[in-house]
Design a protein around this ligand. Structure first.
Ligand code: FAD
Length: 466
């Protein structure tokens, strides 16, 4: 009897999927965003999918997998796009999508099971208390809260609230260790960083606690600018308007909207850049007053759109910009870059001028350590890995760190610093290295220098080691 057959017997009544095609499907995420990962990971598959329906079943699953030394790769909705949720060493994909409960607790916090969808949490919070998530990835409709905090970084709402890295955006979480007798740990304060953006390598998150914000019927705007540098400057000014309630500030250069945003085909004049913005209804007059000082035209307003309504405009922002382009041209890929503030607008203008026409610019404005700053998620017409490296070198020459979306390990992705605290926690929660193996190089190769020159987005697991 194989280990997997024996494991199936151990799991008893816990729901599983054994059909090979179905197992392969749930062993995938959006890794194909990257032509490099598409080649490297195409054959990756688990042998079994397990779907626990309660924390007790989850504990039993981990216990059984640990006893047979079967690797376990957690999965929410599988929308991660660096192969984070792909089982490099086979074994079990642990699908958490049946753990969906959420409850509002004191002080406007939500406490949700890891598999709860962000859209469901928002709907519940809105109905019960007029509240909503501070931020969500542009995959709001499908992504889970556990997958977001373990694989994501921020998104719609980060223009006001910053990212998952910022203190106060995740107040607590509960996770299970991968040991003979799995333990439940509650992480609070800075300790939550030991699990945030760790791809599930340091424990299976069962519950997440996050603060909510007042819900608004956000109004979608598409604003046209004759040139991209002006769109970027406006994005900066708008993000700095603290009294003007906003959820999204996204400048996008031509020819992205014209070539790749099919639903905007007749909306954006040739050669024009756009800024996508989500503005609270009570702030729309202030927004229009701010715009009056700019050579800009409102091309679209969601509350006046009638039959010509676009999909929600956040589905053209963050990593959805790339998805829209991939629907039109399968050779498109992208990069992730931080334009450090201050000086970010000058960097944007120079890189817009100097990088080749195969790089098409897209910015996301955020609050970064209390300052207005921006990320770039430029689209790239893919030729080869050498050209991607040359583009990264171009960003580096301007002092802009890139976060490699063509790598599946934490270290090579570069957002998360695997520091000694993180590593010690990994050894404590998963001493046999069975959780999402292959994603944390420093655990498997102690000589690996994870502290290389990269400027990390999630810099350290604890403040005292910064
Ligand atoms: C079109 C598109 C748009 C996107 N936009 C954004 C964006 O705006 N912002 C952003 O940050 N990301 C974005 N992403 C990436 C991705 O959607 C987000 O990271 C999302 O939140 C992942 O949620 P998920 O439930 O699909 O997680 P999955 O992809 O299933 O998992 C993500 C990672 O977390 C681990 N994991 C999942 N659940 C658990 C758990 N309970 N315990 C421990 N580990 C776990 C998985 O092993 C994996 O490593 C986007 C991706 C796509 C394809």
């Amino acid at each position: 009897m194989s280990d997997i057959d024996a494991l199936l017997r151990d799991l008893g009544a816990i729901r599983t999927i054994v059909d090979r095609a179905q197992v392969k499907l749930r062993s995938r995420d959006f890794y194909w965003y990257s032509p490099i990962l598409k080649k490297r990971l195409k054959d990756v598959t688990a042998e079994l999918v397990v779907l626990p329906a309660s924390e007790a079943e989850l504990v039993e699953t981990l216990r059984a997998c640990h006893a047979r030394r079967v690797p376990v790769t957690p999965r929410g909705a599988g929308t991660g796009n660096y192969g984070q949720a792909m089982p490099l060493r086979g074994g079990v994909v642990l699908d958490l999508s049946l753990l969906t409960s959420a409850r509002l607790i004191e002080h406007g916090l939500v406490r949700a099971a890891a598999g709860a969808k962000l859209s469901d949490i928002d709907q519940q919070a809105r109905a019960e208390a007029g509240l909503e998530m501070r931020m969500h990835p542009s995959t709001w409709r499908t992504a889970t809260i556990g997958g977001f905090i373990c694989g994501g970084s921020g998104g719609v709402g980060s223009a006001t609230w910053g990212g998952l890295r910022d203190r106060g955006n995740v107040t607590g979480l509960r996770l299970l260790t991968m040991e003979k007798h799995p333990r439940a740990l509650e992480l609070r304060g800075d300790d939550v960083q030991k699990a945030i953006h760790a791809y599930g390598t340091t424990g299976i998150v069962t519950e997440v606690e996050m603060p909510l914000a007042t819900a608004h019927a956000w109004v979608d705007f598409v604003v046209g600018f004759e040139d991209f540098a002006a769109a970027a400057r406006f994005g900066h000014v708008l993000t700095g308007q603290d009294a003007l309630l906003k959820k999204l500030v996204t400048p996008i250069a031509a020819p992205i909207p014209q070539l790749y945003f099919r639903p905007m085909k007749d909306l954006v004049p040739a050669g024009h850049a756009i800024v996508l913005a989500m503005i609270a209804p009570q702030a729309t007059q202030a927004f229009e007053a701010l715009l009056a000082g700019w050579r800009a035209t409102i091309l679209y307003r969601g509350d006046r759109a009638g039959a010509s309504a676009l999909p929600p405009i956040y589905e053209f922002s963050w990593n959805h910009t790339t998805l829209q382009a991939l629907k039109v041209d399968r050779t498109i890929t992208y990069d992730q870059v931080l334009y450090p503030a201050p000086g970010h607008l000058d960097r944007v203008a120079r890189l817009y001028r100097d990088l080749g026409s195969d790089v098409m610019h897209h910015l996301e404005f955020v609050r970064f350590d209390g300052q207005v700053g921006c990320f770039g998620l430029p689209l790239i017409r893919f030729t080869d890995a050498a050209r991607l490296a040359a583009i990264d070198a171009g960003f580096a020459a301007e002092g802009c760190p890139t976060y490699n979306p063509h790598a599946f390990t934490l270290e090579e992705g570069g957002m998360k610093k695997v520091d000694p605290v993180q590593l010690a926690f990994k050894r404590e929660t998963d001493p046999d290295g069975l959780l999402n193996p292959g994603k944390m190089i420093a655990f498997e190769r102690p000589d690996y220098d994870g502290a290389a020159a990269q400027s990390h987005l999630f810099p350290a697991a604890r403040a005292d080691v910064r």
